[in-house]
Ligand binder design. Structure first.
Ligand code: DAT
Length: 180
């Protein structure tokens, strides 16, 4: 296995994860505007950089070429200052992230949001089940140190604002703790 030296980051890397529809893009876009950190929308980056393999007919989504994606992101992640937005998290190197936020909603809210997005049938059911069984939260807890994994409710605009405030506070503290 390749050993990558861990250089000191000037700004942290934040992972925002959760089932599709929980509000990752909404939060990350605003957080990026507020903080100047770079929003890395992994689904879009994968598409733009030909990191998608064949289409999975059962799950109605393309299969990600994880190795190619990770290789392409290594340098920017080593520099720091990124907000990574993706619905899965266990395949990222643990060393990339200083903190992990898992967004959560109730299943009725998620059902409504995904229906509005045009999800139907198995794709809709699988994603709602994923939230009910807290699959992404468990994945994050199994992949990162428990003390850096935080669960955030993402149901209302007020909760969005609370989450932005909480992450900004965390960021200020990180900058204070990691001054050169
Ligand atoms: P994701 O990027 O996780 O797939 P999204 O940001 O596209 O999710 O949000 C899905 C929908 O939910 C979208 O219509 C915006 C809405 N939404 C997101 N966060 C919300 C919040 N805190 N309160 C109310 N609606 C929210």
């Amino acid at each position: 296995m390749e050993v990558v030296p861990n250089i000191r980051r000037e700004a942290p890397n934040i992972l925002v994860t959760g089932t599709p529809g929980v509000g990752k893009s909404t939060l990350c876009q605003k957080l990026s505007e507020l903080t100047g950190l770079q929003w890395l929308e992994i689904s879009k980056i994968a598409k733009d950089n030909n990191c998608l393999e064949e289409f999975d007919e059962v799950y109605q989504c393309p299969v990600l070429d994880e190795d190619k994606l990770l290789d392409g992101l290594e340098e920017v992640m080593r520099t720091g200052g990124n907000i990574v937005d993706y619905h899965s998290n266990e395949f990222f190197p643990e060393r990339w992230f200083d903190v992990v936020f898992v967004l959560r909603v109730d299943n009725t809210t998620l059902y409504d949001r995904l229906t509005a997005r045009g999800y139907t049938g198995k794709k809709l059911k699988d994603n709602v089940d994923c939230e009910i069984f807290q699959t992404v939260l468990d994945e994050a807890k199994n992949s990162y140190k428990p003390e850096i994994v935080h669960e955030l409710r993402s149901l209302t605009p007020e909760q969005l604002q609370d989450n932005l405030n909480q992450i900004c506070l965390w960021l200020h503290q990180w900058m204070a703790d990691n001054q050169n």
